[in-house]
Write a protein that binds this ligand. Sequence first.
Ligand code: ASP
Length: 452
Amino acid sequence: MSRRCPAPAVFVYAESSEQVSKFAHLWPVEYSDPGYHDSFQFLGNCLTMPHKHALVILQFIILGVVAGGAAGWIWGEAMLQIEWLGKLFLDTLKMLIIPLIFSAVISGVASMGDIRKLGRLGGYTVSYYLLTTGIAVGIGLVAVNLLRPGDGLNGTFGDISENIAAKQDVGMSDIILSMVSPNLIASAAETQLLPIIVFAILLSAALTTLGRSGEHVIEFFNGFNEAMMKLVTWIMYFAPVGIFSLIAARLGKAGGGDGFLKEIEAVGMLIVTVLSGLGLHFLVLFAILILLGGRGLPFLIAMLRALFTAFGTASSSATLPLTMECARESKLDPRAVRFVLPLGSTVNMNGTALYEAVAAMFIAQAYGIELGLGQQTIVLVTATLSAIGAAGIPEAGLVTMVIVLKAVGLPLDGIALLLSVDWFLDRFRTSVNVWGDAVGAAVIDRVINKKS
Ligand code: ASP
């Protein structure tokens, strides 16, 4: 028998009853009735992208990455003419970020019903972030000590850019302060996600204490969030072209294949170190996915569209809408998708942390400064924290690296060594950042399902 996709609101209301918890009727997955759950799954499938389309888009995205690389390599600066197509894709994604995050976090947190559940889930989530980020930095430190990419580079360092120089006074307290904002509109305008998320969590917690009037607001944001996710499925069709043009234009900007090779000449060993560290961490996360998340290759394949988008855009925040859509298609619990992924996109940056640790050690090696075990421990802690403070935007890690360098007394001018290759390495670390978020959501999904 064929079933038509019902209108979500009608469907949810039709099935609701006085069951389970106070807010259960807003959250069909909370119901113990298996038939109801089944219907919810069916509804979920209707709202996500058809599986066949997803696979075709993935193939086109891979083609976009390869063709974009080849076109940028061969035609160089000529590809700048299609840069606007990539910008169009990027801006369309960015347009969704704030409304998507706001509605997702409100409905995700409210769906927990009981605020104590949020505390527990938040505890698991933050522990996962800290553990995996710590592992990433550890891998980076081992790789940089073994391969020693900075040795023999002593000599001329250029000037660091104004952007980085302006951040010289950034400290730990700034990371904590960045959790709230005196002006939410200004934060939204600058895509500073953390204060928006903190506000949405607090608002949602307050709404769950208000009874019926709070429920109306939550229902509104549930519907709003579904609409946002629908928009994401539409935008995904444009991803192959957008990613093609972003990659081709960026390589074009670097002067095509020849220009790019010149840029990376001096720091080839750094690239090898960072990429092998990131590759290894990717595999460690895959092992965590299998062991703690109970999922495997199909989940990785489902997430590939988001991972390639991260590679194309170099921004975990801009990729977030796609990450959420891919996670939904993998049938992760809505609470994991709506709470863990937005938070992860700005707080959980495994790739960035690994890069910052490697880069700090690389600079020390290039200056001929030996950092002992104690100082490398400081690098471990500060790289973990400064990755948390980094925004999910291109080359943000380069800026927060100042914190690591200052903590161990390394010269900030060393950052100049990284400037030419950072845009390239950024794409790989952003993909690992997004992969870390996705695995985290899968792990938390398992925790939620075991508990309920
Ligand atoms: N571009 C990275 C991200 O958006 C942050 C960074 O490492 O620069 O996740």
